[in-house]
Write a protein that binds this ligand. Structure first.
Ligand code: NAD
Length: 483
């Protein structure tokens, strides 16, 4: 793998910063590169560049230019695929097999999808003639860009989430400042380089600033020159972003945490449904916001379900993320590993038992947690209510469909979930009652560029991807002409 030099992109210029910070490979603890440690001044400069590009260029009004630039970006990302996939595995520890799907290839496809969407989108529609208060009027509804978008992203799916924000925000005609997580600045810097070197996106329209200091990203929520903050990360930080945006009444778009339930009904194929849920929680070491980390199974088959989950997760184990056969790679950092271990101790304190796992993995280097099944607790346990963000599943017993729905909904979160049943109508009836933004029925997959994704309750506000994901970045204007 060639090691590119991570740089900022500010006002069309690729450049370093006075100080830099290390990028660490979580599987090996090796320093694999450095990133610019952006200052408040650099962030302010990037916001200023985005503001000018929005106010003074025709980016927001020239749809043809945007379609062309997004196709250029898509093609360049496809071209850079091998290098980008390797970077994601190196800096995020994401196993190669998911990098080839949800981490890279699917979101890159999303750039092409949104380019095609805006080419045929109804930017203006005729609302027809009316006579409000007796005054004859012809009405037109226009969709227009919101303005300057601050995009703040987490480390778990760095490229996917960067693209899921940047693609629709640019497609809608906004200008963007992207601030990646300090653990994963590299793929964002590469996105900046690709935009600068391979597209006609005008200077200032897209900017990337990385920083070790979360306060630099927080400027995006505070600065009056920013119109909308699009944030993905923890619910606690989402609250801080919303509060910091309140004085300037910024629009906020939040994709936050989750504690999703995999509901297995009593007529389901238990082995298949439990095996799938247990497998999915191991993918990328459980560092996915929408993973089904609560496995809700019929009480009479509880022990059997625990055994199946344990056998599945024990056989998966942990592995080198560059190996195409690996499902469960490292967790992102020492801090994150320690946090997960804290939850494992808590599970024991609460009376839970480990059917497998329950410890860090025995490896010399890197940050690893053994895939873990927690049994013997109900939905009131903290490990069943709080996001652990590791390869950990808590198995909870239910007493029928109503009880399963109650348990699934008894959560501050509402991001995703699944239902499995031998009877499709029964599964659908349960799916309709679960208060989450996405839900899989009998193994369906909701993740795709045309499919809206987001949360109910404290899992967020707004939708990413799909037509709804474009419209998050649009204003609505009504033009009324006297006739
Ligand atoms: P985090 O909240 O710690 O950080 C996310 C981003 O916010 C980082 O770029 C960070 O630098 C920045 N940040 C931190 N404090 C800030 C502040 N006060 N103002 C502005 N920005 C600030 O989250 P994380 O640990 O990087 O990511 C894991 C979390 O993200 C999990 O809770 C996970 O569920 C969530 N997540 C949600 C989704 C979703 O789509 N719902 C997707 C992926 C991850």
């Amino acid at each position: 793998m060639t090691v590119p030099e991570a740089q900022h992109l500010i006002n069309g210029e690729l450049r370093g910063s006075a100080t830099r910070f290390d990028i660490v490979n979580p599987a090996t603890e090796e320093v694999i590169g450095t990133a610019p440690d952006g200052s408040h001044e650099e962030m302010s400069e990037a916001i200023g560049a985005a503001r000018r590009a929005f106010d003074e260029s025709d980016w927001s009004t020239d749809v043809d230019l945007r379609v062309r630039c997004l196709h250029q970006l898509h093609d360049a990302l496809v071209e850079a695929g091998d290098e980008m996939r390797a970077l994601i595995t190196a800096e995020a520890g994401a196993p190669a097999f998911i990098v080839a799907g949800p981490q890279y290839d699917v979101p890159v496809g999303g750039i092409e999808w949104v380019a095609d969407l805006i080419a045929s989108y109804d930017w203006e529609s005729d609302l027809g003639r009316a006579e409000p208060m007796g005054i004859p009027t012809n009405r037109t509804v226009r969709r227009e860009a919101v303005g300057v978008v601050g995009a703040i992203t987490p480390w778990n799916f760095p490229n996917a989430i960067n693209l899921a924000k940047v693609g629709p925000a640019l497609a809608a005609g906004n200008t963007v400042v992207l601030k990646p997580a300090p653990d994963t600045p590299w793929v964002a810097a590469e996105l900046g380089r690709i935009v600068a070197e391979h597209t006609d996106i005008p200077a200032g329209v897209f900017n990337v600033v990385s920083s070790r200091d979360h306060g630099v990203g927080a400027l995006l929520s505070e600065d009056p020159r920013v119109d909308l903050v699009s944030f993905t990360g923890s619910t606690a930080t989402g609250r801080a972003v919303m509060a910091a945006g309140a004085p300037t009444l910024k629009r906020v778009f939040l994709e936050l945490g989750g504690k999703s339930a995999a509901i297995v009904l009593d007529d389901a194929d238990l082995a298949a449904a439990v095996g799938t849920a247990a497998f999915s929680v191991c993918v990328h070491a459980g560092q996915g916001c929408a993973l089904t980390t609560r496995l809700v199974v019929p009480r009479e088959r509880y022990d059997e379900a625990v055994e199946i989950a344990a056998a599945t997760m024990a056989s998966i184990g942990t592995g080198d993320p560059t190996d195409p056969g690996t499902v469960c790679g490292p967790v992102i950092s020492e801090t994150q590993r320690d946090r997960i271990e804290g939850y494992l101790r808590l599970a024991e304190d609460e009376g839970g038992k480990f059917a497998t796992g329950g410890t860090r993995a025995d490896r010399d280097r890197g940050f690893w947690i053994e895939p873990t099944v927690i049994a013997g607790l109900d939905n009131s346990a903290r490990v069943a209510r709080e996001e652990i963000f590791g390869p950990v599943i808590t198995v909870i017993a239910h007493d029928g469909d109503d009880d399963a729905v109650r348990i699934a909904n008894d959560s501050p979160y509402g991001l995703s979930g699944s239902v499995d049943s031998g009877d499709l109508e029964r599964a659908r009836a349960v799916a309709r009652r679960v208060r989450t933004g996405t839900i899989a029925v009998n193994g369906g997959v909701w993740f795709n560029p045309d499919a809206p994704f987001g949360g109910y309750k404290q899992s967020g506000i707004g939708r990413e991807m799909g037509v709804a994901g474009l419209e998050e970045y649009l204003e609505t204007k009504l033009i009324a002409e006297g006739a």
